[in-house]
Design a protein around this ligand. Structure first.
Ligand code: SF4
Ligand code: SF4
Length: 350
């Protein structure tokens, strides 16, 4: 059965997979995070009664080619005549990799008998959901937890989105489960030092830090997979927290949505996924409406975001990763305001 599942997920386009029989009683296995306590692996209420096994998949996310924002001072053609302040959307969100992963799993479910031999609801698909997907992925062998707190897969490192679904039949064999930090052990860093330290003073000992920890501009990564969420840009960009602390504001940069620095720095993520072609999404194409459905441009004018009403924002981002109900309009406005003030600060400095 594992072989058949592997054929299906590879043919669909996933880069990694794992599968095993349901083990809802298993304790959470993700390393303890000081701010976010580990959630149960899979609350029983979120799985259909027919669930017998779980399939976990990883979809590789394109890596961004370096490119400056359209309003950068050295952009040819005068840069930014309209006074726009462009914010950037990370590839995993702008290509709506979540939605793509869900659609691929729906196709796999059909091939496994959804709607024929089984009911479609027997295949409960989850992606960016309330489930502790990271712990599930680790628990079933999709990858190993890394020092950046992400699931590191053999095939794409941690530059991937995780999705999965329940299966209404038991498996006769299961994928191998990897120990935590399996891929971090030979990454060239003194991981033991970081994994055991909780001093937060990581700037004092850069030579001891893994690349991912070193790449985090706020010091949010504590090593050993632990993240101080109150310092994580991605956490705030997702609408969490109240006032954004100065340590985060100072390094917010251009981000309208998404911080991927600790992913990008991971030695296991390098050269594993195709770079986004530099000409793929032209500047200003959001106005031209030339992008495929669900895909956002890399840069959007933050001033526009700040001027839009709630309903205008919902309409603008409908069908994209920024149109999800959990990402409230005020979260986008806060990011737009932060990047605007960050840009203005840069102008004043220069
Ligand atoms: S997402 Fe950004 S801020 Fe958060 S831990 Fe990673 S590098 Fe640090
Ligand atoms: S950069 Fe190294 S230590 Fe950090 S997650 Fe990747 S492999 Fe692990």
């Amino acid at each position: 059965m594992i072989y058949r599942l592997e054929t299906l997920v590879r043919d669909a386009g996933f880069c990694a997979f794992a599968a095993g029989n349901l083990r809802q009683e298993q304790a959470p296995v993700a390393p303890a995070a000081p701010v976010a306590p580990a959630a149960p692996l899979a609350p029983a209420a979120l799985f259909p009664p027919s669930a017998k096994a779980v399939l976990l998949c990883a979809l590789s996310v394109p890596a961004d080619a370096a490119r400056e924002a359209p309003d950068a001072p050295n952009i040819s053609g005068g840069g930014n005549p309209e006074g726009a302040v462009y914010g950037e959307i990370a590839p995993f969100a702008r290509y709506n990799c979540y939605r793509k992963a869900v659609k691929l799993l729906q196709k796999i479910a059909c091939k496994l008998g959804a709607g024929v031999q089984f009911s479609k609801s027997d295949f409960r698909i989850f992606c960016n959901s309330r489930l502790n997907e990271k712990a599930l992925a680790r628990s079933y062998g999709l990858g190993s937890i890394g020092h950046n707190g992400l699931v590191i897969t053999r095939e794409a490192g941690c530059r991937c989105v995780i999705a999965g679904m329940t299966l209404p039949f038991a498996l006769t064999d299961e994928t191998e489960i990897l120990p935590d930090f399996a891929f971090c052990a030979d990454c060239g860093a003194n991981a033991d030092c970081v994994a055991s330290a909780d001093c937060g003073a990581n700037a004092d000992c850069p030579e001891n830090m893994p690349p991912c920890v070193r790449a985090c501009p706020t010091g949010a990564l504590l090593g050993g997979g632990r993240i101080r969420l109150s310092l994580c840009i991605q956490w705030y960009a997702s609408g969490n927290g109240g006032e954004v602390p100065d340590a985060v504001r100072r390094v917010w940069g251009r981000r309208l949505y998404g911080c991927t620095l600790c992913q990008d720095a991971c030695v296991r993520s390098r050269n594993t996924s195709p770079a986004v072609p530099s000409g793929e999404v032209p500047y200003g194409s959001e106005a031209a409406g030339t992008l495929p459905a669900g895909v956002l441009p890399r840069f959007i004018d933050a001033q526009k975001i700040l001027k839009m009403s709630d309903s205008e924002l919902k309409t603008f981002f409908k069908g994209t990763a920024l149109g999800f109900s959990w990402l409230v309009p005020n979260a986008l406005r806060r990011s737009a305001a932060l990047l605007t003030s960050s840009r203005l600060y840069d102008i004043i400095k220069s």
